[in-house]
Write a protein that binds this ligand. Structure first.
Ligand SMILES: CC(C)(COP(=O)(O)OP(=O)(O)OC[C@H]1O[C@@H](n2cnc3c(N)ncnc32)[C@H](O)[C@@H]1OP(=O)(O)O)[C@@H](O)C(=O)NCCC(=O)NCCS
Length: 152
């Protein structure tokens, strides 16, 4: 468990980290996700003191929809999880994802899925996600797998 503090944030607060760390080669619009403003969407920030006060070091968004794009409160897509490079591999990403999954489970969600970058596969599998189907390429962000974690 990392020592980061996890708090609800807005999609606008998550945007700069998505934009500059996840999709720097794509237009800014690519870092605004369908469903960002849905009332059941959950955006989380990880806050950590790097030496000059607490700051945002990680973001993750959970959007209420199935892989077919249907809005659902039982199935959420994890999208846009990213941690500041200086603090990766210290457990913050795991803490952030687990916090979101626990919160969604308490709200009635029973499954979380994501289109996870292939290099992040071990991270998702350690979190209890399993890959489903074949690897696919997303323009601008490379090879991915669909990962699913059942919560029931
Ligand atoms: C993928 C990502 C979100 C993971 O976040 P993170 O904070 O680095 O993740 P964690 O530290 O919780 O776990 C990562 C690894 O660190 C290890 N780790 C966890 N706590 C640790 C600790 N206290 N000390 C050392 N290593 C630790 C874990 O074993 C884990 O190993 P794994 O890759 O084999 O699963 C982050 O690396 C990132 O932002 N990557 C670039 C963006 C990206 O690819 N996002 C996913 C888009 S699909």
């Amino acid at each position: 468990m990392s020592e980061a503090t996890i708090r609800i944030i807005t999609a606008a607060e998550a945007f700069p980290m998505r934009r500059y760390l996840l999709r720097p080669m794509l237009p800014g619009a690519a870092s605004r996700y369908d469903g960002d403003d849905h009332p059941d969407a959950v955006h989380l920030g990880a806050f950590f003191d790097l030496g000059s006060g607490e700051e945002l070091v990680g973001v993750a968004s959970f959007l209420p929809r199935t892989a077919d794009g249907e809005v659902s409160r039982r199935v959420y897509q994890l999208q846009g999880i990213v941690i500041l490079p200086a603090v990766r591999n210290t457990g913050i990403g795991t803490t952030l994802a687990e916090h979101g999954i626990t919160l969604l489970f308490e709200r009635g969600a029973r499954s979380v899925w994501c289109n996870g970058r292939t290099p992040a596969g071990p991270f998702y599998e350690r979190l209890g996600f399993r890959p489903v189907g074949s690897e696919f390429i997303t323009p601008g962000t490379g090879p991915h797998y669909r990962f699913v974690r059942d919560l029931s």
